[in-house]
Design a binder for this molecule. Structure first.
Ligand code: IMP
Length: 429
């Protein structure tokens, strides 16, 4: 099996979890490499729906090692609840199938506090974050005042690091954000306990992965969020704070780019976005609501309604180029059944010009008007189709049009949330 990076090719929520769940059957290790519990990966197994926030989707398969890389940020209380929930549902989660990098940064209570207070202060200009403390924890990492798992599990080191950083963060919370200071003692006590429990999972993940590779093992790198939410290449500042691009798989696990064989981009057959920021192909009004209802487009982490729009080939081409996407998985094609015609965004109108490339400036993107190509839809319910050739002509043409517009071959098409509702069109390239 090749080493595969699976990334979201849009603004997140593309259905990566179910694709990773399927592909994980053939690999030895599944590794998360960025983001934290802002992610919500939904997997449907039979009648059961599992939503994973921290844990790699491979945790649901027997005999697979799941790994949380150094690029991920972990909220220990949330992680341990997730572990307890899975154990209660009959899944095995222990240090034989879950390892966490000792370099992983820890989300602390002041990160959540700062995230929520800042968004409230910004009002109209807010990012629309998930409120999980993601921006502030990556900010501390970059500012070199973060607390890593290795620090958390060493009581003396943790005491020193926490005392240092809490003094500074409390000053910020009280003087800038107008909040109440957080207590050192209660954080130290609660988080020391987490450290005690998490000790068994902690390891040098880079060393572990490189050893596995040298012994012929294969790894599936599971991205969270999406290419357009990447801190460097996304629609900044309306992005998350981590490297959601394929490159993040390397920096977020300590495995080199030369070890990656395939980059699989997961994209919905249409587009959604949660939170603020420009979205040229957004559909407002009743048609947007129709798509939201048909696709049950509500956030699996925050429950927020997702903004819905047509497939955007300009944005996807950009994601494909910047991430080296070698194959696509198109999800939720079934949701488009019943639309008489479908719009595909093939360019942007910007100040009298037609753009076919994605603008790097967010304010320019906000001014862009979509240029649509209208294609015929299909009326049939496709959710029970088992072969690509059995899809209605409109649906087959739609997939071929995505390939033509993006220049990337489609490997798989999903027609529903459960494991078996997927068609494979070609080998993974
Ligand atoms: P943060 O990651 O909580 O800081 O949020 C920053 C932006 O990324 C907001 O627009 C969020 O809605 C968005 N975001 C974060 N995680 C996800 C995700 O898993 N799916 C979709 N959007 C996300």
């Amino acid at each position: 099996m090749p080493n595969i990076v699976v990334i979201g090719a849009q603004w997140g929520d593309e259905g990566k979890g179910r694709i990773v769940d399927l592909l994980s059957k053939g690999v030895d290790i599944v590794a998360r490499y960025q983001g934290g519990n802002n992610a919500g990966h939904t997997i449907v197994i039979g009648e059961e729906k599992v939503i994973l926030h921290h844990l790699p989707s491979g945790i649901l398969r027997e005999n697979k090692l799941s790994v949380i890389g150094n690029g991920v940020v972990v909220d220990p209380g949330v992680l341990l609840k997730e572990v307890a929930g899975l154990r209660a549902a009959g899944y095995r989660v222990d240090s034989s199938n879950l390892r966490i990098s000792d370099r992983t940064h820890i989300i602390m209570p002041y990160h959540r506090e700062i995230d929520v207070a800042r968004e409230a202060l910004k009002g109209e200009g807010k990012i629309g974050t998930t409120g999980r403390g993601i921006g502030p924890v990556y900010e501390d990492k970059a500012a070199r005042r973060g607390i890593k798992l290795a620090d958390l599990i060493d009581p003396e080191c943790f005491r020193e690091r926490l005392a240092d950083v809490l003094e500074e963060r409390n000053a910020y919370i009280t003087k800038v954000l107008g909040g109440e200071p957080l207590s050192f003692d209660s954080i130290y006590e609660e988080y020391s306990e987490y450290g005690e429990i998490l000790k068994e999972f902690s390891c040098d993940v880079s060393g572990l992965l490189n050893k596995a590779l040298s012994e012929g093992g294969s790894i599936l790198f599971e991205g969270a969020q999406g290419a357009l939410l990447d801190i460097d290449l996304g629609t900044y500042p309306y992005v998350t704070s981590s490297s959601a691009s394929s490159g993040g798989a390397c920096t977020g696990t300590g495995v080199s780019p030369t070890k990656i064989d395939v980059v699989l981009g997961v994209a919905k057959a249409y587009t959604t976005r949660v939170g603020e920021g420009p979205f040229p192909s957004e559909i407002h009004g009743d048609e947007g609501k129709r798509l939201r209802d048909a696709g049950a487009e509500y956030g699996s982490t925050t429950g927020r309604p997702r903004r819905c729009g047509w497939f955007d080939a300009v944005a996807l081409r950009y994601a494909a180029t910047t991430n080296g996407i070698s194959s696509l998985a198109i999800t939720k094609l079934d949701v488009l059944s019943g639309f008489e015609s479908i719009n595909m965004c093939v360019g942007y109108k910007y100040r009298g010009e037609t753009l076919t490339t994605f603008p790097s400036s967010c304010s320019a993107l906000a001014e862009c008007e979509p240029v649509y190509e209208e294609v015929p839809g299909w009326s049939e319910n496709v959710s029970d189709v088992t072969e690509f050739e059995e899809l209605p002509e409109g649906a087959r043409n739609y997939i071929r049009k995505i390939e033509e517009l993006t220049g990337v071959g489609v490997h798989a098409v999903s027609l529903g949330p459960s494991r078996e509702k997927i068609l494979f069109l070609s080998e993974l390239a």
